[in-house]
Write a protein that binds this ligand. Sequence first.
Ligand SMILES: [Zn+2]
Length: 456
Amino acid sequence: MQIRPEILTAAKKDLTALVAIPSVSARAEGLPACADKVESLLRDAGFLTEQHPGDVGPFVVGETGDGPFTLLIYNHYDVQPEDPVDLWTDPPFALSERDGRLYGRGAADDKGEFVSRLAGWRTFRADRPEALPFKLIWIVEGEEEIGSPSLTRFLESRFSDTKADICWWEYGEVDKSGRPIVLMGFKGILAVELQCRTARADLHSSLGAIFDNPLWRLAASVSSLRDASGRILIDGFYDGIIEPDECSKELAATPPFPLADLQAETGGNRLLGGVGPDNFYAHLNFTPCLNVNGFHGGYGGQGAKTVLPCAGQMKLDFRLAPGQHPLRIAELLRKHLDKHHFEDIELTILDAEVLGVRSDPAHSVVEMGAALLEKWFERPAIIQPSSAASGLAHPFVHKFGATLFGAGLTHHGAMLHSPDENILTAQFEKMIGFAAEFFALLSDVAEDRAPGSLHA
Ligand SMILES: [Zn+2]
């Protein structure tokens, strides 16, 4: 199945125009210009549009239609910095096409996702220009790559009493064999730094006979946090976790790829105790974990330096399950450190904004969406109960009450955040086709011409 060539040409033109605006939120660069472009694309496609200021970049909102349910689409127009720029084959802010791929910063994350949906929308509207029989709210932000500092506040103020039934998440993945993945959830995250100082300045290591060492203290404190199976030993850590429903458990019980593949790909060769080929995927989906991201202090240069360092730092992140509030976990961590006589270790919260969420994979939008994805991608869709990673989805799920639906065109070699970011032209086309038919199907359901209900 293919879409009309002029649709694809217009979509490439839009993507070219968006990629040409270096909307790098980390440098607060190009954001108003890119917001204006996004707004004009939505306006030209028939949406009632508005912009609202964010802390760093404006929010663009497009709305249309009315009916028995609401579809919310979330995207972002900001991108990661292009550095290191000399590792790009072609300039990062000029869309280039070669070997069946479209390259450029934002080609995938997230301008390509946005444009494919918009091109699908236009295709759908060309056939059905009458009033949309359901409500569609499209929110495009400019601060996603810096952690969406004003998104939650913006949603609460602009959409204080708006509910939505479905949230089409800003991206989705296609695995390396071309199977589309529908993401139903994300883990939450808490990132912290631990600091320990035991002297005014670095000392001669002979004094280690009488003075304690901050790196020993950090190592001892962190090793008290977890056992060899990865189980976290902080009192109350697992309290309040929302257990996966039966359907999610069933989905996670059948890994869509073997553990050996992941091991071969990553070189990861030390599994946590109790993790094996049968349960690794369930762990990726559901199990909270604690990582040491970095451990710094003392001397790391060439040769020996017999020093007793005066201070050290350690960065940690927790990937959390739905029901675990990051700030509560930070409190429990503080209590744990005090209880184990690490009162002198300073705890700084770096990130506690993202809560874990999981939507119901048995929701009818998932079944409908997955069937359409299968039709366009010619491979059965994988329904993934939760990403192993984190995304700021809880305002959409908790505030709007929406079911998460994460489908998109981010392929295995998309090089997100890296030089030569790209999408596959064929998948771009498939996503346009999927989007067009998805909008049409939702219209049919709203008009009772297709079975099903899309209320959350
Ligand atoms: Zn990104």
